[in-house]
Design a protein around this ligand. Structure first.
Ligand SMILES: Cc1cc2nc3c(=O)[nH]c(=O)nc-3n(C[C@H](O)[C@H](O)[C@H](O)COP(=O)(O)OP(=O)(O)OC[C@H]3O[C@@H](n4cnc5c(N)ncnc54)[C@H](O)[C@@H]3O)c2cc1C
Length: 354
């Protein structure tokens, strides 16, 4: 009988796990809480706009991601860093002009990071992807595993969860209970970038490039802490995009924008106020990335890549595959690729299909 595999989450880990298990004799479905695929990858795109509200860069050490891009024939290009960059050491001083060494470039995915997600998804025509379905419980007591979501009950053989570990343990009730050690570990596992706020200003022209300014800003002052040029590879869309202090979550969008405009004008001049649109994602308020039941402080990447996440649970019927479970580069897109490929291989081993 055909075994069914249910993957929780349609981020990079989830859709790649599904893709790696295609044509191996399984019925595959993905359950995704959001109304879109991609998870922490989210390119906002139209004729005038191509900005990354989530993952953006990779570098030479991310070899599995690079292989995947090659496999899908997706090009990449260097982050634009040419010209004067700025550093704000403290509030009373003007921004200093700095040169940034170009010896270890960061790369961006041509067409936007979501182009990778869309390309994999195109191959998943035989996979049912349920959107807007939040998994709330999984019961492994009977021969068939039962998954409960906010609006349905599904039966399956294997569950592969790519939901961030802290979110999984807080928001999904597993019966019988998972080992205490795993529960304790998962709730103390940092979800990479869960507290970040990404903002983007879209322009008709790259006024900074025209003045030999790179668009890069590092600031100790804030609210912007790191900013970069985010023009697309074809140079048909132009933007400045980056991170602001996570403490800015306490303000409204309008209040944040007002504060950002002051800093933008101070550093990049009046033309910086000629943006055509403003975009922001406050990731700490994204309930499908950061659990509302988080415990206190966690240091970046805390418990990421722990070996307990790479064990099978519930009679080999529950596996984990999100980026935070990866042995290499957990938290990053590279980790998502590594974790997905490991989980898919593990299922093939369990089913003697390798
Ligand atoms: C602002 C930001 C910037 C980043 N920048 C970079 C970068 O430059 N380079 C880099 O390599 N990485 C970066 N990252 C990290 C990168 O985005 C992640 O490593 C990667 O996308 C994780 O993929 P994933 O599939 O493991 O997890 P996710 O993308 O988090 O996918 C998990 C999925 O599970 C879904 N889900 C959650 N709960 C449930 C539930 N109960 N039921 C069903 N579905 C559920 C979520 O909606 C989500 O779609 C960044 C992340 C953010 C947020």
């Amino acid at each position: 009988m055909t075994k069914k595999i249910t993957i929780l989450g349609a981020g990079l880990s989830g859709i790649l796990t599904a893709y790696r298990l295609l044509d191996k004799g399984f019925e595959i479905e993905i359950i995704e809480a959001r109304d879109r695929v991609g998870g922490r990858i989210h390119t906002v795109k139209d004729a005038k706009t191509q900005i990354e509200m989530g993952a953006t860069w990779f570098n030479e050490v991310h070899i599995n991601l690079q292989k995947l891009l090659k496999e899908f024939n997706i090009a990449h290009y260097e982050q634009f860093m040419t010209g004067t960059s700025y550093f704000e050491p403290f509030s009373a001083a003007p921004a200093q002009e700095i040169d940034i060494p170009q010896n270890s470039p960061s790369y961006r995915i041509a067409g936007g990071t979501s182009h990778l997600i869309d390309s994999i998804k195109l191959k998943l025509q035989d996979v049912r992807i349920h959107l807007n379905e939040t998994v709330t419980a999984i019961n492994f007591e009977n021969e068939k595993t039962i998954i409960t979501t906010n609006n349905s009950v599904l039966k399956t053989d294997y569950v592969i969860s790519t939901v961030p570990q802290a979110l999984f343990i807080h928001d999904i009730k597993v019966v019988p209970s998972l080992p205490n050690q795993l529960q304790d570990l998962a709730e103390k596992t940092h979800t990479w970038m869960q507290d970040s706020i990404k903002v983007a200003f879209v322009y008709d022209t790259p006024f900074w490039r025209n003045k030999n300014v790179s668009g890069t800003l590092f600031s100790n002052v804030g609210p912007i802490t790191e900013f970069y040029d985010q023009s697309n590879e074809a140079l048909t869309t132009f933007a400045l995009c980056g991170f602001i202090s996570s403490g800015m979550e306490m303000y409204t969008k309008e209040e944040r924008l007002a504060k950002l405009k002051i800093q933008l004008e101070k550093v990049f001049g009046q033309e910086a106020l000629t943006f055509t649109s403003y975009h922001e994602t406050v990731w700490s308020k994204e309930i499908h990335t950061k659990s509302t039941k988080q415990i206190g402080f966690m240091y970046p990447h805390q418990n990421n890549g722990h070996p307990l996440f790479r064990k099978n649970y519930c009679d080999n019927r529950l596996l984990f595959a999100g980026t935070e479970t990866a042995q290499q580069h957990p938290g990053y897109m590279e980790g998502a690729v590594v974790a997905a490929q490991r989980a898919a291989t593990e299922i093939l081993k369990l089913e003697n299909k390798l």
